[in-house]
Design a protein around this ligand. Structure first.
Ligand code: ADP
Ligand code: GN1
Ligand code: MG
Length: 367
């Protein structure tokens, strides 16, 4: 997506009903998808008002109006559930009462109130901050437990349909566009040999053990705002990928990313493992936050959620490597392969710690 220029930014701001006059708009945060700006405004009494302006990445989100409709539906519902306005994203309307503004260059803009006195962490080093991120996502599940998930658009179809991801992976192996398959036989075998596992969550859903809920689908720590003073969970942001889905995949993606002892693209695999204490603390936070809303059968599938998200990500990275690195941004030719290897190492480590993971979640079952 092309970078927005100053004129486009200024024009976009002028379309939204903000309080005061915009004094500056500066690039903000470390998001990888959208272009984000902090807009500082001052009203006639000298009071400051801050906003987040974003140009939505329409290469990734092909139906941005549906993304915005999902966000408004969910945030309107959440507003009835929370105690203060800082606990939910607030979409700013345009002068024609729209929920977004599309400019004549095709850029798709939206604005939110800035969540004041908050922080967000790219990687929580502190175990208590990790716990608070889990509380935020668990709380998100609790507040949305009565929301009709099937009324949301599936803005990226089959996003966590792992059997479909596996078929796409097999196709990439078959096509072998870059003649790389021969050099990654072990990784291909690792993924193929776990074939039976990929339908576990979908089967549990069919059996009534895993209900369809609202899932966030990007549950990294930099999508949670914590209170700057107390570091308590405040607000879940980055709602672009909210879709009908499973609670356990939201839990699982946080474990995949946050409970790993190394970066997603670490080359030295001896550094990569799943920290069982991080798993323990995240489980506690997620279940404290969801406050009894998850079924026992759902709680028992949290480890499967973690393993599913990790192996799914591994096969997505490897499929992209085989197809010539067209989806994920890469910094060097083997980048997707390195990422795939860390994910497979994490899966192997989860399998080694499986009984312990199951025992931890069992401790939270009511029955
Ligand atoms: P991306 O999809 O690119 O990750 P995000 O919506 O997560 O975009 O926004 C990027 C960053 O901007 C966040 O990680 C956070 O630091 C900041 N941010 C986004 N929305 C708000 C908000 N309403 N208040 C304060 N900071 C925000
Ligand atoms: C992508 O861009 P980022 O890092 O927020 C991807 C996720 C993957 C993640 C792996 C829309 O997210 O599904 O888990 O990379 N998002 C999309 O790092 O495909
Ligand atoms: Mg984000």
């Amino acid at each position: 997506m092309k970078k927005a220029n100053l004129q486009q930014i200024t024009n976009a701001i002028s379309n939204f009903k903000i309080v005061g006059e915009a004094k500056s708009a500066t690039p903000y945060g470390n998001g990888h998808i959208n272009s984000t700006f902090l807009v500082n405004c001052v009203d006639e009494n000298g009071e400051k008002h801050n906003y987040i302006l974003q140009a939505v990445n329409t290469d990734v989100f092909k139906a941005p109006t549906q993304v915005m409709e999902n966000i408004v539906k969910v945030t309107d519902f959440l507003k009835e559930k929370v105690a203060t306005s800082r606990e939910v994203l607030n979409v700013i309307r345009t002068y024609s009462d729209g929920i977004y503004y599309q400019d004549s260059d095709g850029l798709f803009w939206r604005m939110y109130d800035f969540v004041e006195d908050s922080i967000c962490l790219d990687r929580p080093d502190d175990i208590n901050d990790f716990y608070q991120c889990a509380v935020a996502f668990g709380n998100f599940q609790r507040c949305l437990s009565e929301f009709p998930a099937d009324t949301l658009y599936e803005t990226i179809p089959d996003f966590h349909n792992t059997p479909k991801r596996f078929n796409d992976f097999l196709k990439a192996v078959e096509e072998d566009k870059c003649q790389r398959a021969a050099s990654v036989k072990d990784e291909i075998e690792f993924i193929k040999s776990r074939k039976e596992f990929y339908s576990v969550l979908i089967d549990a859903n069919k059996k009534g053990e895993l209900p369809l809920r609202v899932s966030h689908n990007d549950t990294k720590s930099n999508n949670v705002m914590l209170d700057a003073k107390t570091h308590n969970a405040l607000c879940v942001i980055d709602l672009d990928t909210i879709m009908p889905g499973f609670s356990v995949t939201d839990f699982g993606d946080s474990i995949r990313f946050g409970a790993s002892t190394a970066a997603e693209d670490e080359k030295d695999l001896s550094k990569v493992s799943m920290d069982i204490e991080m798993f323990r603390i995240y489980t506690k936070g997620f279940l404290d936050g969801s406050a009894g809303q998850l079924l026992d059968s759902e709680i028992m599938l949290l480890p499967e959620g973690a393993k599913m998200m990790t192996i799914e990500c591994g096969m997505r990275f490897l499929a992209d490597y085989l197809a010539g690195d067209t989806y994920f941004k890469t910094a060097y030719p083997e980048h997707n392969l390195d990422r795939c290897r860390t994910q497979l190492k994490l899966v192997a480590d989860m399998e080694a710690k499986w009984d312990e993971m199951k025992a931890i979640v069992k401790g939270y079952c009511k029955g």
